[in-house]
Design a protein around this ligand. Structure first.
Ligand code: SF4
Length: 214
């Protein structure tokens, strides 16, 4: 009775979302999927369970954020702060803190037990996101806090600004912007992990286009 209504709530919330801009979180996605999203191609229904998992990640962020506010050695300069307008991307950094007279961008991430155990550095897509925040806020250092969803264990990774990486990411998205303006579907990237297509909301439409182009 209630489970169906809860699932519908999450599904409706998801369906309302029509993407109009690039988001910092798009840097880990397939560019073709970003194209489909911005052109409002029909999405396959996302499993409501996956949507509830995203929600739980948001709650983890809020909990870790409120912890930072309570630590006297840290000054929280801003939380949930939008990157400056007119940037190529929209996005919101989790926090900017001052610690030992230095500013840091802080990103919280929650991780499955399996991933967390193997984690020896930030995930590639997360690293690009933090680099873009450092770029747009002009803060040359950042830190990740990863939390294990099952055990609440934490791991921390510090990052220095990498201008070359930011240049490459921004240039890739400028190319994608041109595809969007010219209404040309970008090619499938060669380095996609198979799971990205398995979980893609645009899998059907993408396969259909591939078959038509054979
Ligand atoms: S199915 Fe794969 S190639 Fe196609 S848009 Fe999705 S992730 Fe990209």
């Amino acid at each position: 009775m209630l489970v169906e209504l809860i699932d519908k709530y999450y599904q409706d919330k998801r369906d309302e979302r029509n993407q109009e801009h690039f988001y910092v979180t798009d840097v880990g996605k397939c560019p073709r999927a970003v194209y489909f999203s911005m052109k409002h191609y029909p999405r396959e229904k996302t499993d409501p369970r996956a949507l509830r998992i995203f929600d739980r990640g948001d709650i983890t962020h809020q909990r870790l954020m409120s912890t930072l506010f309570g630590i006297p050695e840290i000054r929280v300069v801003a939380s949930e702060i939008d990157i400056p307008s007119k940037a190529l991307f929209h996005g919101r950094a989790d926090a900017i803190i001052s610690f030992n007279n230095k500013l840091y961008i802080v990103e919280f991430k929650s991780s499955s037990e399996f991933k967390f155990r193997k984690l020896e550095g930030p995930e590639n897509a997360h690293r690009k996101q933090l680099q873009l925040y450092m770029h747009y806020f002009k803060i040359p250092q950042g830190v990740f806090i990863y939390e294990n969803k099952n055990t609440q264990d934490l791991k921390e990774f510090e990052e220095r600004y990498d201008p070359d990486l930011c240049k490459r990411v921004i240039s890739d998205f400028e190319i994608l912007k041109k595809y969007i303006e010219d209404e040309i579907i970008p090619p499938k990237p060669k380095d996609l992990e198979p799971w990205q297509c398995d979980y893609c909301e645009f899998r059907k439409v993408c396969q259909k286009i591939e078959e038509e182009n054979k």
